[in-house]
Ligand binder design. Sequence first.
Ligand code: ZN
Ligand code: ZN
Length: 361
Amino acid sequence: MTQKFPRKRALEFLAQLARENRLDALLITDLANVWYLTGFRGSEGTVIFSPDQRWFLSDFRYQEQAAQEISGFRIKIFRNKLKEIKKLLSRLRVRRLGFEPSGLSFQLYQALKKELKGIRLVPLKKSLLEIRSVKDPDEIENMKKAVNIAEAALAQALLHFRAGIRELDFAAELEYQVRKMGSDWYAFDTIVASGWRGALPHGKATGKMIKKGELVVIDFGTICHGYHSDLTVTVSAGDPGKKARRIYQIVSQAQQLAIAAVKPGKTAKEIDQAARDYIVAQGYGKFFGHGLGHGLGLAVHEEPGINSRSLTLLQPGMAFTIEPGIYLPGKFGVRIEDDLIVEPGQGRVWSRSNQPLKIIE
Ligand code: ZN
Ligand code: ZN
């Protein structure tokens, strides 16, 4: 399914932002927002949006690509970015320019301030992230593909999983499969955390050898046309013992409770609560120290946050992860992470990380 760019909902949102803040134009520099608006997938892109003109700016490397990927924007290829921005803004008679605080380095902000004398720079209080949190059909399709790629890669890589290999060996095998199956790139550094390292929620793969009887937390992601998957499974290299099996059960059950709680109109906080209450009741509340999940899309972490503070109301089309974990310092950790989308009456899970504990001999 191909999406027609620019995205209509996004343009309406920007027009409203401009009106509300009496801005003559908006400067969009956050690259994921530029991708979202224009469909452009290069590494240098800026959008200038005014109520009656839309410009896309990039450099010479992207002349061809911009012409192919972008419609609905006038394209400007620059030699000097600041000078070109200045020229366009004066042509549009801009006096008040909105900018994205999160999309601008302090250095670029200062340079703009110096270059754009007479133009008032106004930080935007709302972000396109709000619009991005509800996915269009083409985005959903890409995310589902990303999940399928991830699961196919994991299944292949697990054929090589056994006690006696290093975390790095398994990470390399998994990353090789991720590439081979067609992911644009890796979503982030692959986490392979075995035994005591599993208690580190972000334990990137190291040279540590996976020993018999150890649980291994594997957290990785793929990208399809810019859209991310993010999955975690916990598997075992031989029997991990009764306690580890019990903890796995608790995390698995907590995740299922949270998934069952997903429904439009609920707050993100309530979903977090569903998993957390259960883990607390089992006596492991203080070993689950992070939020339950996060929005997923053009970024690995985006809106909505699924945590105990988030009052975001769930809406159909929101996609996010649910990833409870229990981490016992010095011993082991368990996390199970699936990706899902909010549908009219329920949450629909795309992935199948929550399985009975796989004990691989
Ligand atoms: Zn993850
Ligand atoms: Zn995640």
